[in-house]
Ligand binder design. Structure first.
Ligand code: R5P
Length: 302
């Protein structure tokens, strides 16, 4: 197998290659003055299995096109089987028409990637478990929950409760609860204004296992932190409900806009994320801890 990386997260790609005892290969890239990109594969890949690591994070469109060019170049160079490792699949939240007249952007992204020739996708913690059904190739849908469970076991607090910040996360929170000896959980009913993106917290869902949060240590678990609005509103709600300490676990640290400042100044003790998305130095903050997906990816590429 040969392993390539696009520009979006070379650090993660290097860790994966190291775990597989392989040299990380980088395509030759040239950017023209008008911002067009030219991609070239220098290595011989005829008849080879190859993997390309590229999360679809900011700048999303550039990283998407770069990935498509890399796959096309590999295909034309004779690669036999191409696995795209897209730890964070951009556009996944646009998986259906929410308001009439909208594009289903995720379907367009899938068509593009499939048309250039990916044979298999490896990805993590998709927003909806229905997303793999939109593909016509094999999708290996992995999760950071096992890594989070190990970290949670290190938090030596009493009265811990898992929290899903929305109803869509109930499946995730139940799985995590099972990994943690049936740790009690709650789910919060959240509403988002589809035009402005603003978040309102309604109440604790009636399906929840715990009704009183006084003096509890809560572990909020989400798939991603984007602009940080969800975590801010949820922590305000939890504090008003009397919780003691709050820890946050989220697979994808998109951290757009001023999310780093919002999280650092929030009452949260720590924010655990993964390296599915590269977090540049200017977006890191003292409460942030990054856990690596490299071993999980490497084990699934063997
Ligand atoms: C939404 O349903 C997701 O699970 C996340 O809660 C959401 O995308 C986070 O976005 P933000 O940080 O902008 O509130």
């Amino acid at each position: 197998m040969k392993i390539f990386s696009g520009s979006a997260n070379q650090k993660l790609a290097e860790s994966v290659a190291k775990k597989l005892n392989l040299k990380l290969l980088l395509p030759e890239k040239f950017v023209f003055p008008d911002s067009e990109e030219r991609i070239r594969i220098r290595e011989k890949v005829v008849g080879e299995e190859v993997a390309v690591i590229q999360p679809l994070t900011s700048p999303v469109n550039e990283n998407l096109i770069e990935l498509a060019f890399i796959i096309d170049a590999l295909k034309r160079s004779g690669a036999k089987f191409i696995t795209a490792v897209i730890p964070y699949l951009g556009y996944q939240r646009q998986d259906r028409v929410f308001r009439s007249g909208e594009a289903v952007s995720l379907v367009v992204v899938i068509k593009l990637l499939e048309s250039v020739g990916i044979d298999r996708l490896i990805t993590f913690d998709l927003h909806s478990i229905k997303i793999p059904e939109l593909f016509h190739i094999q999708v290996v849908h992995l999760s950071a929950l096992a890594i989070f469970a190990e970290k949670i076991k290190e938090i030596k607090e009493k009265n811990m409760v898992l929290v899903s910040p929305d109803m869509g996360g109930i499946r995730r929170i139940k799985l995590l609860s099972t990994k943690l000896n049936d740790m009690p959980w709650i789910a919060i009913e959240k509403n988002r204004d589809l035009a402005t993106g603003s978040v309102q917290i309604e109440k604790i869902s009636i399906e929840s296992k715990v009704k009183n949060l006084k003096n509890k240590t809560v572990l909020v678990v989400d798939d991603m932190i984007s602009a940080g609005g969800t975590i801010v509103k949820v922590t305000e709600f939890l504090k008003k409900s009397g919780v003691d300490k709050i820890f946050v676990f989220a697979t994808h640290p998109i951290l757009s806009q001023n999310a780093p400042t919002l999280l650092e100044t929030s009452p949260v003790e720590k924010v655990f994320v993964t390296d599915s998305v590269f977090v540049p130095k200017e977006k890191r903050f003292p409460k942030l801890e990054i856990l690596s997906l490299a071993q999980t990816i490497a084990s699934n590429l063997k």
